[in-house]
Design a protein around this ligand. Structure first.
Ligand code: PBG
Length: 345
């Protein structure tokens, strides 16, 4: 036990060191921590990515994404209705195209009755309150799993852009609200914007995958849309090098000049610095994609009892908000929204 004099001396020491500023005061209780909280999570910050597949009444588990399922169109409609109930503003739709419909040029991407288009129509009809985001890229439709057209081992830029423009228009006709080009071809945002204007779709937003890195964290997603087994090589000639940050600023400058309404960084947690820089520099609505591998890591550790999964989930999402993201595409969206609704967060 310290004597009174010793206690007084210790206090004087600490006060001298800190100048009397003691940051722990504000942390002393739950109510006080709530008062000084800087970043918060709300259902409005969430975008829910879903996978659609053929069939009806079908929900197929994705092994590498525990808790995530591929949904037939009717089940996707239910998910959209759930999004409305939970206050999630938008969903992002990704197709698991049947292998028989995949070819060299990804022609199924232009089929107005493809899975994504059918899902858009059905969701718009049943749940018009929820925004629909569709991915523009050829990878769910190509036999080689790349986002663009190929000539030998090369991914062609300009020829791909022309296809992406057509793909975007097909999706817009099916009722999507936000076009999200994820292919990383040069000039695609501008080309799509121009085509939208010229076809009377000037209110369709473009959320650009601005800084999309060639990442190992997409593995489980490629399981979900069945491109892992078919992908030839890697995507390093079009997706960004994980070593680069300044280059992301240039990507953003271009996307914004070309007409992007919103920008996105992907993956999320390993790239918080990029989110911070883009938001800080451009001030545009900036989103993070907490990708499949990030989701799988948290889930795997949680299911092994190695971390508290719920806390890790919430903490990871708060990190995006703190870094400046206006919202997050996350497979946790329905779970977090449910917890928010129940007052559990
Ligand atoms: C494809 C696309 C990918 C993701 C979204 N759109 C994968 C890729 O580029 O290979 C990844 C999402 C995730 O991992 O959750 N254009």
């Amino acid at each position: 036990m310290q004597s009174r004099d010793e206690k007084r001396a210790a206090k004087a020491d600490v006060n001298r060191i800190t100048g009397g500023r003691r940051l722990r005061r504000n942390r002393k209780s739950d109510w006080s921590r709530r008062m000084v909280r800087e970043a918060r999570l709300s259902a409005d910050d969430l975008i829910w990515p879903i996978f659609v597949t053929e069939g009806s009444g079908t929900r197929e588990p994705v092994d590498s994404m525990p808790g995530v399922e591929r949904l037939s169109v009717d089940e996707a409609v239910r998910a959209a209705e759930e999004a409305v109930e939970l206050g999630i503003p938008a969903i992002a739709v990704f197709p698991n195209t049947p292998p028989s419909l995949r070819d060299e040029t990804g022609s199924e991407a232009l089929n107005p009755k493809n899975l994504v288009c059918r899902a858009c129509r059905a969701i718009k009809e049943a749940a018009p309150q929820v925004g629909i985001i569709t991915d523009v890229a050829l990878d769910p439709y190509t036999s080689h799993g790349h986002d663009g057209l190929m000539a030998g081992a090369r991914i062609l830029n300009d020829e791909t852009v022309a296809r992406l423009v057509e793909q975007a228009l097909v999706q817009v006709d099916a009722g999507c609200d936000i076009i999200a080009p994820s292919d990383m071809m040069d000039g695609r945002v501008g080309a799509i914007r121009e085509a939208l204007e010229n076809s009377g779709h000037d209110d369709i937003q473009v959320m650009a995958y601005t800084a999309k890195f060639a990442s190992a964290f997409y593995g489980p997603f490629r399981d979900a849309i069945s491109t892992n087994s078919t992908l030839i090589g890697d995507k390093r000639t079009y997706q960004m090098d994980p070593c680069n940050a300044a280059e992301a600023l240039v990507e953003a400058e271009l996307d914004i000049a070309e007409g992007a309404d919103m920008i996105m960084v992907k993956p999320g947690m390993p790239y918080l610095d990029i989110i911070y820089r883009l938001k800080d520099t451009f001030g545009l609505p900036t989103f993070a994609y907490q990708v499949s591998g990030e989701f799988a890591m948290i889930e795997a550790a949680a299911r092994n009892g190695w971390i508290d999964g719920e806390r890790a989930m919430v903490e990871s999402l708060l990190a995006f908000r703190r870094a400046g993201a206006d919202g997050v595409l996350t497979y946790f969206a329905p779970r977090v929204a449910r917890m928010l609704k129940d007052g559990a967060i």
